[in-house]
Design a protein around this ligand. Structure first.
Ligand SMILES: C[S@@+](CC[C@H](N)C(=O)[O-])C[C@H]1O[C@@H](n2cnc3c(N)ncnc32)[C@H](O)[C@@H]1O
Ligand code: SF4
Length: 419
């Protein structure tokens, strides 16, 4: 379906900008790890000590460049992700926070999260990180069973993970930890016992991901050779997911997003910016960003992935590899793709106003009849079943321009795990 430029623009102009509706955040990617986990396809590289002054300079330059495009916004969150950002020195973290909050006015309740691996050396860093301005940590615990930690190629054991959780709880009012389930040879009973132990730790937030075997990883290669035995079939995956929902809901930690569980008020504000279609700046190798300008144009940015290439480009003042203006239709697809991951769903009124597209009544009726979505108060939500079958739901959600003749477009697919 073709649209004139003027109509396209008109339909994207909002009364409020996405950053005012859903927040404005900063993502900082630190791409280094002590070792490469066999399941991981994130932009992470094993490397020794870095020259942090040079990294700081490149990060500052990127921050200033993005600030010029987003002046006047209030910064509601900063997220240091990786890789392993707990390998950064607290003083580098502090200087990045200082520069970001000098450029953008921070909200009174700004959330500053850092992903940490639970090695004991890093746990000792928590106090310095708190003094540097970090107020939330997300710990990569991954499993509460030593055998499984070994199979996942992790450097820590359960004892170390529990010590790190304890240290995080002492230093931070808000912390979260990640577990990976649907592991090799993991039965429903075993996962239920492990999850009960995890819940008993008492954190207000947990991210619970089903193990995804990604192409191009060591697990992916092993799987292709028939070597990664004991992974759950479809039926066991569904059962493991159902156990996860049942036990977390019973403990007041129901899923506010496909893989993320929190007590009310303890949700990750940074990740909510992504899922609610807010704006965010991404700096560091491979970081993604979404920025909406005053005319409603939404731009997707992606930084150079290779750390050395990013660093040298960043020092010269421009480390982006790609910048794409999203069409209103692509913006609508993304709002659904991200928003339907959330239990709170997507406002159809906002979808229409921001993008000029709406979901066809036929598609809604079809998915409602299958009990996969629910429409109340102009808000489209996935049901528990629908969230489990998110890719299928999205593939059935046809979009139409608000005032146009029928012509359909199908929403792109996404992966199951939160990434
Ligand atoms: C990119 S990692 C960064 C955190 C930190 N480096 C760590 O590993 O603990 C973010 C989270 O993604 C999850 N994750 C990464 N790869 C995954 C996979 N293949 N399947 C499921 N979860 C995965 C893990 O739970 C991990 O904690
Ligand atoms: S899972 Fe975390 S620690 Fe392991 S390689 Fe990936 S980013 Fe690094």
């Amino acid at each position: 379906m073709k649209h004139s430029g003027a109509r396209k623009r008109e339909s994207t102009i909002l009364e409020l900008s996405p950053w005012q509706i859903a927040g404005f955040g900063l993502y900082v990617h630190w791409p280094f790890c002590q070792s490469k986990c066999p399941y991981c396809d994130f932009n992470s590289h094993v490397a020794g000590q870095q020259d942090e002054e040079i990294w700081e300079e490149a990060l500052r330059r990127e921050l200033r460049r993005y600030h010029a495009l987003t002046e006047g916004r209030v910064l509601s969150s900063i997220f240091f992700g990786g890789g392993t950002p707990s390998l950064m020195s607290p003083s580098l973290v502090e200087r990045v926070i200082f520069e970001a909050t000098r450029l953008w006015r921070p909200s009174n309740d700004i959330e500053i999260t850092l992903e940490a691996n639970p090695s004991s050396a890093e746990a000792e860093k928590f106090r310095s990180l708190r003094l540097a301005g970090v107020n939330r940590v997300s710990l990569g615990v991954q499993a509460l069973r030593d055998d499984d930690l070994r199979r996942l190629g992790r450097l820590h054991d359960v004892k170390t993970a529990l010590r790190a959780i304890d240290a995080a709880a002492r230093q931070f009012d808000r912390f979260s930890f990640d577990l990976i389930y649907a592991r090799q040879d993991q039965s429903e009973d075993q996962w239920a016992r492990e999850l009960e132990e995890a819940i008993a730790i008492g954190s207000n937030h947990m991210s619970l991901y089903q193990l995804t075997v990604e192409e191009g990883t060591a697990f992916g290669d092993r799987y292709a050779r028939g070597g990664l035995r004991g992974l759950p079939d479809e039926a066991r995956s569904v059962a493991l997911y159902a156990i996860t929902q049942e036990l977390t809901t019973g403990a007041n930690l129901s899923a506010y997003e496909v893989s993320n569980h929190a007590r009310s008020g303890h949700e990750s504000r940074h990740n909510l910016i992504y899922w609610r279609g807010g704006d965010y700046v991404g700096v560091g190798p491979g970081a993604h960003g979404r920025i909406t300008d005053a005319a409603g144009r939404r731009v997707a940015t992606e930084a150079k992935r290779d750390p050395a290439a990013w660093l040298s480009a960043g020092l010269k003042g421009y480390a982006e590899a790609e910048r794409t203006e999203l069409s209103p239709e692509e913006t609508a697809e993304e709002l659904l793709l991200m928003g339907l991951r959330l239990a709170e769903g997507v406002s159809l009124d906002r979808l229409r106003k921001q993008t000029g597209f709406h979901v066809t009544e036929n598609a809604i009726a079809y998915l409602q009849a299958l009990n996969l979505i629910d429409l109340r108060d102009q808000t489209l939500r996935t049901t528990d079943e629908g969230r489990m079958l998110l890719n299928s739901v999205l593939s059935k959600l046809d979009l139409l321009p608000v005032s146009d003749k029928p012509a359909t477009k199908t929403v792109a697919k996404t992966t199951g795990a939160g990434r």
